[in-house]
Design a protein. Sequence first.
Lengths: 75, 551
Amino acid sequence: MAKAGFWNQAFHLYYDGFRSMTLGKTLWAVILIKLFIIFAVLKLFFFPNFLSSHADKGHESDYVATELTNRSLNQ
Amino acid sequence: MQNILLAIDAGTIDWSRAQFALTAIYHWLFVPLTLGLALIMGICETIYYRKRKAGAEATVVEFWKETSKFWQRLFGVNFAMGVATGIILEFEFGTNWSNYSWLVGDIFGAPLAVEGIVAFFMESTFVAVMFFGWKKVSAGFHLASTWLTGLGATLSAWWILVANAWMQCPVGCEFNPDTMRNEMTSFLDVALSPSAVDKFCHTVISAWIIGAVFVVAVSCWYLLKKRHTQLATESLKIGSVVGIVAALGAAMTGHISGQDVAKTQPMKLAAMEALYNGGTEQSLTMVALVSPFGQPDYQSGQEPPLRIGIPYFLSLMATNTLDGYVPGINDILNGYTRPDGTREPSAQEKIERGRMAIAALQAYRLAKADKNDSLAQAQLKTFRDNEQYFGYGYVKDKAQLVPNVPINFWAFRTMVGVGCLLILFFAIVAILAFRIPLLSVLTRRLMAALGILPETEADVHGATKLPCWLYWAAIVMVPLSYIASESGWLVAEFGRQPWTIQDMLPTWAAVSDLQSGSVAFTFFLFLILFTAMLAVEISIMLKQIKKGPEL
């Protein structure tokens, strides 16, 4: 019972809290728009994982080793 | 960027650095205010809790409750605007700095994972209780949630600063030439290195200053407008005490941080001081004519023109002794002997040993691929013998090892200068706001003598108001303190150049082989995006300040 009471209270904390938000609604709107831009636009279209697209899977260390040794002056 | 032999676009390095700096500077607009306001709203709510428990008048209890809620509301605005701005830095690691990311993956993985878990669970739980729980949980639990929200944010900062400190002074790791990664050998060495502890203390305490300045400025604005005067007066007192303690604390931790820099990054200290030729009994430069345009002629060894220094202070700051030895830029480039008799090799020696390390690494990997174990072991030994100077193998000209002197010199002076101004400012505000006997009269008499306060009996004895110019000064302090805070980061990051990881990986080896045009495009995309987001934040914040508390 005590456990159920805790989860019930926790649920209502969030439920009532979200329902009674005023300024919070604006802030959440800003957060969601920002997260959409960051993950659905920036990450997807502008920030691919460079190594994933340039090195074979499992051979990233070989790619980095080649890059690092070739960039030194004594090559 | 003549040091790149392969077809790495020279602009890629500069644009990647500029983009990272832009993102980090933007991110750092939110973090210090979050940390600073967390402390102040915690103090306000503690007062509310204690008044409530002591059975104070209902109006007094209600006043402190609303004061706490007001600062929590402004904290919420800033917190919401700062959410996820740091994630963009991680995107940039993976795209623009892939070699660096691979090399540090094992070291950064643990701290950043801990940061993510702590930030998510602590902040999402306790922020919710703080904002939604006023009528749902007990006063004690609510108070604990408010403090834990601040603690969660501070712990998040800890792990990020641990990662940054490791870049300044890599410890607790070993480079694995098979995986090409630095692998953690001691979590505690990484998490509790002196650099990490110093950086954490100095950074978090300086963030409290930002919070204090913000609270004092908002309070002063209300006093100017003659609105919410009780909240403003009480908040002013809290802000001024937090401010003076934090400003003095930042000076003290800054001194400790300076000593750490002297040990681990002497070139950074030399650049900060425009110290070309070092020695014992070094004076601290207060000001000098270091041209902000271009690198000075440090090779001549002549000190900057119009230099005014405090005798012995640099030696004292760096070594805690008046006659301590502090190397200058030329000493570091040419090699020098420390007071204990050990010798720091010249840049040329380090470059040669770095090239040997890189050649041995390549030969080791080839021997391993050919299954020639004896050759592999011999090359591995050569690599380990010279590994300490690995990064120097990428350096063509020793001049590349000198960070931008003007930026370091002026950014350091901006940070320290504004820091000193803030100590004075908070001291005056605290003395006058608390009407400390004798001191407040003395301060008012001094200000009257300087002509910045009318000298009448009512103004000096029994005066209650702060002078109007002090209200405006408080508002001006907000951008100034941000400039000082960002300047601190400029010193930390520009002073480390050319390294992404000190002595291990210069920027031109760390960067991905991208087209500069694509990085430049995302730089301007960020500039537009960040400017828009900042405008939205400032607009919402100002609206909430104008609205005021719901008393």
